[in-house]
Each structure stands twice: as structure tokens, then as C-alpha cells.
Design a protein around this ligand. Structure first.
Ligand SMILES: [Zn+2]
Ligand SMILES: [Zn+2]
Length: 85
């Protein structure tokens, strides 16, 4: 015998999705989207900025001046290694 579960409302589904997204962020799986600056991404869920210092430097851009920013070298700059400033 199958028990039919009550359908979630749209608000409940949104809340569940938001909770899952926050858990993903805590585990380092951010839902990043590229910004208009090459080598820089922003997480739409928690707002953290993730950038490749090599890409920003190569384009003459300043590093993001935000509270929550992390560096993550893109494949190109990972292979070359990070040049110390
Ligand atoms: Zn995030
Ligand atoms: Zn890069």
C-alpha cells in the first residue's frame, strides 16, 4: 500500500533548495557564476568572491576588496604556479 506524501508548496520547495544551497556552500560547493572581470567568480548563494590572482594580474585588475574572498587559481595559473608578489 502506497502512502501519498503531501505535495510541498512552492515556498517549502524554495526553502528546501536554499537550505541545500547553504549546505553546499559550507562544504565548498559554491554555485559560482563568472563576474564581468576575467578570472573572478561570485557565489549567488553566499556572495563569496572566488578569484584567480594570476588572471586579475594579467588583466591589470585589482583584487576584490570584499570581506569574503578566496583565491582559486584557474587551470592555466595552477600549472605555472603562483609568482610571489
Ligand atoms: Zn557559496
Ligand atoms: Zn588564472
Amino acid at each position: 500500500m502506497r502512502v501519498r506524501k503531501p505535495a510541498l508548496t512552492a515556498a517549502q520547495r524554495r526553502a528546501a533548495a536554499a537550505a541545500q544551497a547553504r549546505r553546499d556552500c559550507q562544504q565548498g560547493r559554491h554555485s559560482t557564476t563568472p563576474t564581468f572581470r576575467p578570472g573572478e567568480q561570485v557565489c549567488l548563494t553566499c556572495g563569496v568572491v572566488i578569484y584567480c590572482p594570476g588572471c586579475l594580474q594579467a588583466n591589470g585588475l585589482r583584487f576584490p576588496q570584499v570581506a569574503h574572498a578566496y583565491t582559486l587559481e584557474c587551470p592555466t595559473h595552477q600549472q605555472r604556479g603562483v609568482v610571489p608578489l
